[in-house]
Ligand binder design. Structure first.
Ligand SMILES: [Zn+2]
Ligand SMILES: [Zn+2]
Length: 329
């Protein structure tokens, strides 16, 4: 399918800044109608042949430039339970990147000016959201030691405690990306997403963006969610135990029970830069603007920075400026 403007027939896209469907040809808002077919290989607009790949759920037709959505990949088993629609449009995402690059103290000056943006695209990344009930039991032997002086003597008092805790915690919507292409650690760093924007799925949100279906079933990605739940349970448990002078653990056990798994799509802007023959990928959370990605590090800048900070520490600001100028020449 694709979304056509009722007024002019143009391809309508979802506009993040307006949170509405928008026609770039006649400025129409929410004037869309669904057009097309349920083919995986024929563009609903121009009839050209398109390549759905293994996982694409929405794409841009290489012939007519219109955005199309593959019906079969947003329905039945592939219908997402929910979606966080893009909140940042292209300009806002670019502004987030510029702000981030200004903060990167150690990036070579030439990276900031000479990097070339090879591509930038808005993509909906498939996520599974796992709910778990965590039941934890802890038993240990703790001591608290207190000492004080009185006259010529130091007294030490050791109190012994049986530490016992039982905890029931429920974790809702632990996100794990279900895309092989997206690096896991990067996707984890994109968190947190704000779930108050989680909407019922509607294919119109995909128009104007690239989309992917989950690359494998939810049980294949569950270990990552379980680890996140177990780590959080451990943190909660530690907090509830508090501080002892010494603590010997006898039992420390957490059992996780599956409760519910949802399939959701989250928005990410993906940037590919080229610099000095190497590729650099950056990712911007399409909801919050959080930027993840590594810039190259300039050795010279690190050296200058450490000279500056050392000298500033000793208070010689004029000398510092002189040295920096000298190094930069
Ligand atoms: Zn129009
Ligand atoms: Zn087309």
């Amino acid at each position: 399918m694709n979304f056509q403007c009722k007024n002019c027939g143009g391809n309508m896209i979802f506009a993040p800044a307006k949170q509405k469907m928008y026609c770039p040809y006649c400025d129409g808002e929410d004037t869309e109608r669904v057009a097309g077919n349920d083919s995986l290989t024929v563009c609903a607009s121009c009839g050209g042949e398109v390549d759905p790949g293994e996982y694409k759920s929405s794409d841009k037709c290489p012939y007519c430039g219109n955005y199309l959505i593959f019906d079969k990949r947003v329905s039945d088993n592939y219908k997402p339970d929910s979606i966080i629609p893009f909140k940042l449009d292209k300009d806002m995402a670019v502004a987030s990147m510029d702000k981030e690059f200004k903060k990167r103290l150690f990036a070579p000056i030439s990276f900031l000016s000479e990097k070339s943006l090879e591509s930038m695209k808005g993509a909906y990344v498939p996520f599974f959201l796992y709910d778990y009930l965590a039941e934890s039991v802890y038993r240990g032997e703790g001591t608290k030691v207190r000492s004080w002086r009185s006259g010529d003597y130091t007294y030490t008092e050791t109190s012994y405690y049986d530490v016992e805790r039982e905890m029931h915690a429920s974790f809702d919507n632990i996100p794990v990306d279900a895309s092989f292409e997206m690096p896991d650690s990067t996707m984890d760093l994109m968190e947190p997403y704000d779930y108050t924007d989680l909407m019922s799925f509607d294919p119109k949100y995909l128009s104007g963006f690239f989309g992917e279906i989950y690359n494998d079933t939810a049980d294949k990605f569950a270990d990552r969610a379980k680890k996140k739940a177990a780590d959080s349970a451990e943190t909660l448990m530690k907090k509830s135990i508090g501080a002892y002078s010494s603590l010997k653990t006898v039992v420390d056990q957490t059992t996780l029970t599956d409760r519910k798994i949802d399939y959701a799509l989250f928005p990410v802007w993906v940037y590919k830069y080229k610099y000095a023959g190497k590729d650099y990928n950056f990712y911007v959370n399409g909801q919050t603007g959080k930027v993840i990605g590594k810039t190259p590090v300039s050795k010279l800048k690190v050296v200058i920075y450490s000279i500056v900070s050392t000298l500033l520490f000793y208070g010689g600001i004029e000398a510092v400026l002189g040295i920096v100028e000298g190094v930069l020449k």
